[in-house]
Design a protein around this ligand. Structure first.
Ligand code: 13P
Length: 249
C-alpha cells in the first residue's frame, strides 16, 4: 500500500500571532504540493490566525498539545473540542520536550490519544530515546514500551489513521541528525511493533515520521527509506527551507 508522505512543522514556542500571519504568507507558495500532506503545528494562540491565513490552501493546522478532559476547572489547558471547532486537524502528543519539561507520562498520553480520536483529531504521537538509552543499547526496548503504553486499548481502526513521529532526543535541535540507517531501523521497529499489537494492514497504513535536525540537505535520503513517511521538523520549519523539505524528491 502506498502511504502518502506527511511533512509537519513543529513551530514550538515561536511566532506571535502577527508573525504567524507573516510567516504563513512567506511559506504558503513554497509548500504547495499535490502529493504531500503539509501541516503547521503552531502555538495555541496562533491557531485561529493560522487557520484564517491558510484557508483555501493545502496547509493543515495542528496543535502542539491538548488536554484529555472535555471542559472544566483545568486552568491553562485546551480541550479537543476547542481545537476541533477552530479547524485544527492534527495534534502533536507526547513531544519529548513535553515529556521532559512538563512531566507528561505515557498514562496521560494514552488518555490524550483516546480523546483526540474521539473528537476526530489526528494525533502525531512522538517517541524517542535519550543518548544515554541509545548508548546502553535499549533504544528499541524503550520505544516499544512507549508505543505499547501510549496505544494501550486503542483500536486498530484509529491507529491506522494516526501519525507516529520518531524523534531521538539527542538529535533534536542539535544539528546532529540520526543517520539514515539509525532512523530507518527505529521506524521499521515501530511498524513491526504495530503489526505485533494489531496486524499487518494496520502497520502498513500508519504513517511514521522521522524528526530531529531534519533539513533541506538530509530530508530526501531520510524520506526515501521504506518505513519513513515524512518528517516532523523543528527549526527548519520556520524558514523558507521548509518548502525544500516538503518538496524534496
Ligand atoms: P529540530 O528539527 O529543530 O531538531 O526539532 C525537531 C523536533 O523536535 C520537531 O518536533
Amino acid at each position: 500500500m502506498e502511504r502518502r508522505r506527511i511533512v509537519a512543522g513543529n513551530w514550538k514556542m515561536n511566532m506571535t500571532p502577527a508573525k504567524t500571519v507573516e510567516l504563513i504568507a512567506t511559506l504558503r507558495p513554497l509548500v504547495e504540493s499535490l502529493d504531500v500532506d503539509v501541516v503547521f503545528c503552531v502555538p495555541a494562540i496562533d491557531i485561529v490566525p493560522a487557520i484564517t491565513a491558510t484557508r483555501g490552501t493545502n496547509i493543515a493546522i495542528g496543535a502542539q498539545n491538548m488536554y484529555f478532559e472535555e471542559s472544566g476547572a483545568y486552568t491553562g489547558e485546551i480541550s479537543p473540542q476547542m481545537l476541533k471547532e477552530a479547524g485544527v486537524k492534527y495534534v502533536i502528543l507526547g513531544h519529548s520536550e513535553r515529556r521532559e519539561y512538563f512531566h507528561e507520562t505515557d498514562e496521560e498520553l494514552n488518555k490524550k490519544l483516546k480523546k483526540a480520536f474521539e473528537h476526530g483529531l489526528t494525533p502525531i504521537l512522538c517517541c524517542g530515546e535519550t543518548l544515554e538509552q541509545r548508548e546502553m543499547g535499549i533504544t528499541l526496548d524503550f520505544i516499544r514500551m512507549q508505543i505499547k503504553s501510549d496505544l494501550n486499548g486503542i483500536p486498530a481502526s484509529k491507529v491506522e489513521e494516526m501519525v507516529i513521529a520518531y524523534e531521538p532526543i539527542w538529535a533534536i535541535g542539535t544539528g546532529r541528525t540520526a543517520t539514515t540507517e539509525q532512523a530507518e531501523e527505529v521506524c521499521k521497529a515501530i511498524r513491526d511493533c504495530i503489526a505485533e499489537i494489531y496486524d499487518d494492514a494496520t502497520a502498513q497504513s500508519v504513517r511514521i515520521q522521522y524528526g530531529g535536525s531534519v533539513n533541506a540537505g538530509n530530508a530526501s535520503e531520510l524520506f526515501a527509506q521504506p518505513d519513513i513517511d515524512g518528517g516532523l521538523v523543528g527549526g527548519a520549519s520556520l524558514k523558507p527551507e521548509f518548502g525544500k523539505i516538503v518538496n524534496c524528491k
